[in-house]
Write a protein that binds this ligand. Structure first.
Ligand code: NCD
Length: 304
């Protein structure tokens, strides 16, 4: 049952929950493309509360709601709200809870979405809490993999780049491990996957620093941006900036049907020349954010 549920951590979703979300998402694809019209969420209001920059996540939640006939309010610049007068997060949430039917929140602090869920009566969806979790990104990432390969079980999946501060890879590692993927973590020593996450993965992973070690083995390259804004010290960032750059030459050594994914935005970890190669999936992946979020909104609002 989804009605009224908060989506704060990917750990709270079972395999069958994910399958249900994907089943609804598949039906939503023609609506997401604008080929079919829907009024499923007419009369419902989404509050989109973005305390941190966002392009895809905010816009795809908005597109999802609008494509289903619903409405959206919210902000992308918290300095334009009473937060700048000193209002607490809890009070802000209480207000939006009374103006809307479902709340999406992105915030720089880990735990912020959990706090919001405690104060709101309506469902709260975590759109990224600091270096914590980003469960809806994980859902669209896994949806992309399932659409490509049919199943996650047994696939070899490399998470590459900033595994320390990247919240997308934190959520994704839990979910992929639960679904039976074989994981490879590729990062510089400074940016390794945090121990508290590794401990929960039951040893089903391999860590390395070099992409070359795994390039010919993996089915999915999941590349991430080095999270510059989360480094306490800019000199530390300079040490690791530009560590990885996926290019056409590297991919020549990859399996024929391997795919390259990225939650986006990319800076320079995937060269533009890769965009036109058959392995590139990151723009399709970003599109899938719309049907997956349509499915999630419809499920927590209890209309499907
Ligand atoms: C990611 C995020 O905000 O965590 N972006 C996204 O939602 N697609 C990744 C990133 O910022 O690098």
């Amino acid at each position: 049952m989804f009605k009224g549920r908060d989506i704060v951590s990917i750990k709270e979703l079972s395999k069958s929950d994910m399958e249900r979300i994907f089943e609804v998402a598949r039906e939503m694809i023609p609506v997401a493309r604008g080929e079919q019209k829907s009024e499923l969420l007419r009369g419902y209001i989404l509050a989109n509360l973005f305390f941190e920059p966002s392009t895809r996540t905010r816009m795809s939640f908005e597109a999802a709601m609008l494509r289903l006939g619903g409405s959206v309010l919210g902000f992308s610049n918290p300095s334009s709200t009473s937060l700048s007068k000193g209002e607490t997060l809890a009070d802000t949430i209480r207000m939006f809870d009374s103006y809307s039917d479902v709340i999406v929140i992105r915030h720089p602090y880990e735990g912020s979405a959990r706090l919001a869920a405690e104060f709101a009566e309506h469902p709260v969806i975590n759109a990224g809490d600091g270096a914590g979790q980003h469960p809806t990104q994980t859902l669209l990432d896994i949806f992309t993999i399932v659409q490509e390969f049919g199943d996650v079980q047994g696939l070899k999946i490399a998470l590459i780049g900033d595994l320390k501060y990247g919240r997308t890879v934190h959520s994704l590692a839990y979910a992929l491990s639960k679904l039976g993927a074989e994981l490879y973590f590729v990062s510089p020593p400074l940016l390794k996957m945090p121990l508290h996450i590794l401990r929960e993965l039951k040893g089903n992973y391999t860590e390395t620093e070099k992409i070359e070690d795994i390039v010919s083995e993996v089915d999915v390259f999941y590349v991430t941006r080095i999270q510059k804004e989360r480094f306490p010290d800019p000199t530390e960032y300079r040490k690791v900036a530009g560590t990885y750059a996926i290019d056409a030459r590297l991919l020549q050594a990859a399996k024929k049907n391997a795919i390259v994914m990225h939650p986006l935005p990319r800076v320079n970890e995937i060269k533009v020349e890769v965009d036109k190669l058959p392995q590139a999936r990151y723009f399709k992946q970003a599109f899938y954010g719309v049907p997956v979020r349509m499915a999630l909104l419809s499920l927590v609002l209890g209309v499907v």
